[in-house]
Structures are given as C-alpha cells and as structure tokens.
Design a protein around this ligand. Structure first.
Ligand SMILES: NC(=O)c1ccc[n+]([C@@H]2O[C@H](COP(=O)([O-])OP(=O)(O)OC[C@H]3O[C@@H](n4cnc5c(N)ncnc54)[C@H](OP(=O)(O)O)[C@@H]3O)[C@@H](O)[C@H]2O)c1
Length: 266
C-alpha cells in the first residue's frame, strides 16, 4: 500500500480479519490515524491520539449515530487532511433453519452486516470523495449463492458484494473507489459466534485471517473492484456462478448439510 492514507477507519477490529487488517495498516501506514468501531477494544490499542477505539454496538441505530457524530468531530479536529481508507469489516452469521432463529436475531444480523455498512459509507462518502480514498467492504464467498441454514447471512453478503460493485461504478472519475472482498472459511471467532458447536471446516480449506488481510490489501493496491481470497475459493465461486440459480441453491444446501452439524437441531 505504501503511505497512501492519512486516516483509516475499520469496523470490527477487535478480532479475526479486522484485527489483522488493523495490524497490517499499522505496519503499512505508520503515520496514519486509525479509528476502530466495535464493542470490544482491540488488544493493540492503548488509546493514544493515533489509535482510537470508538466503542459501538453496530446493531443499534442510536449507538451508531452517536459514534458517527464523534468520529466526524474527531476527523474535522485532526490536522491530517489526506486520503481516507474505510474498511467495513464487522459482521457475523447465524446458523440454523430460518425458523430456528428469532426474528430479532435475523434483524440484528441485517443491522450489522448491511445497515451499518450502508450508513457508515454514505455518511463518510462526501469526505472520502473530497479527500480521495477507498472503501473496502468485507463480503464473503457466501455472496455467490443462496445459503440454506445461513440464509440471512448469505443474503446479507450478496447485498454487500452487489452494493459495493454498484458504488464503485458510480465512483468512476472521482477520487474515491470501492472494493468488495470475498473471503472463504477463515479461522476466526466467526463460527463460534454463528452457533457452530464443533469445528466445521477442515484445516486445509480454511485461511488464517492474516492471509485474508494480506490478499485484501494487495487487491486494494491493485485497484480491483472485488476479490475472492485464495485459489480454491476463486474456483468454487466460478463453478457456483456457472450453475443455474435453483441448482446452485440445492448444491449449497447439500454441502452445508454434509459438512456441518445437524442444522435442524441448532
Ligand atoms: N471467518 C470466516 O470464515 C469469514 C468468511 C467470509 C467472510 N467473513 C466476514 O469477515 C468479517 C469479519 O469476521 P471474522 O471472521 O473476523 O469474525 P470475528 O472474529 O467474529 O470478528 C467479527 C468482528 O465484528 C465485530 N462485530 C460483530 N458484531 C458487532 C456489533 N454488533 N457491533 C460492533 N461490532 C461488531 C466484532 O467486534 P465486537 O465483538 O468487539 O463488537 C469483531 O471485531 C465479517 O464481516 C464476516 O462476515 C468471515
């Protein structure tokens, strides 16, 4: 990346992929100010003026609105006026049949995975266009097909992928751009949070969050509009996209039923 950004804002930097992205940005952009939005504070943050944790529950509209006002105040008070990198990474999944989760659980997921991403991006977009910069949205390989037993999650990531690609197209000719990152299974807190009680992905099929961060930042550097991280994930997403939608959905349901614990008991 090489000292392009004066300011980086990351959501969900307290663990997993977001934590690795924060660590990488800190190395690549040592002079940049870094803001993290999540409920827990990243372990590496001591709250000096360059590494600021803004505690926020992104599923809560009030909490989002308070923190965005504070973020905007801090940005305008800063002496740094260069490019901005916004990384919308926070997100989670809920596993099980649609009926086995409450309406509140589905809506909480949509608030974090979709509404927060749209709100933060649209609010900061005028500033990012004015100062130059990029928006990196973390989608998933789940975006390429409907995902039975992870129905809301897959649909939320399809939104993130399509919305980001559309936004990037709209940004042509401006000083800003957007990239959607589609990781496959990654060894983070994600699966435990989603409600899986056992290890669900064989080690050979999953990535370290450090690897996902490195590939995501390389794709940003190469001005890609989207990237699928890892060769196997790339091949799987191409294969999936070739199938008719109804068949894609059946195959996806079969794969999830085969490799995951009984979804009906979740
Ligand atoms: N792991 C995978 O296999 C995988 C694959 C494809 C895509 N992804 C995507 O990658 C992104 C990062 O996930 P991860 O795998 O790194 O999982 P993770 O380790 O569970 O990290 C999720 C992050 O999101 C934050 N977050 C969740 N709910 C939040 C809320 N209500 N308010 C504020 N922050 C919230 C968490 O922070 P707090 O808990 O501190 O609030 C945490 O920092 C997600 O968008 C996920 O969908 C993951």
């Amino acid at each position: 990346m090489g000292s392009k950004y004066d300011l980086a804002i990351v959501t969900g930097g307290s663990s997993g992929i977001g934590k690795s992205i924060i660590e990488d940005i800190s190395k690549l952009e040592p002079a940049a100010s870094l803001f993290n939005l999540s409920r827990r504070k990243p372990a590496s943050f001591s709250n000096d003026s360059k590494r600021v944790h803004l505690e926020c529950d992104l599923s809560d509209k009030g909490s989002r609105s308070r923190v965005l006002e504070e973020l905007e105040r801090k940005i305008s008070a800063s002496t740094q006026t260069g490019s901005i990198l916004l990384v919308n990474n926070a997100g989670f999944g809920i596993y099980g049949g649609v009926e086995s989760n409450s309406p509140c659980d589905h809506l909480e997921l949509l608030e974090v995975n979709v509404c927060a991403l749209v709100e933060i991006t649209t609010r900061l977009l005028p500033l990012i266009k004015e100062r130059g910069g990029a928006i990196m949205n973390i989608a998933s390989t789940s975006a390429f097909q409907p995902t039975p037993y992870l129905a809301s999650y897959g649909a939320s990531k399809a939104f993130v992928l399509n919305w980001t690609l559309a936004l990037n197209e709209e940004l042509r000719g401006t000083r800003a751009r957007a990239i959607a990152v589609c990781p496959g299974p990654t060894r983070t807190e994600f699966f435990k949070r989603a409600g899986f009680s056992t290890r669900v992905v064989p080690a050979g099929y999953s990535h370290h969050p450090e690897e996902v961060s490195r590939l995501a930042l390389a794709a940003l550097e190469n001005c890609k509009s989207f990237t699928v991280t890892g060769t196997l994930n790339k091949l799987a997403s191409i294969f999936s996209s070739l199938l008719p939608l109804s068949l894609r959905t059946r195959v996806s349901g079969k794969v999830i039923r085969r490799f995951r614990p009984n979804p009906h008991n979740q």
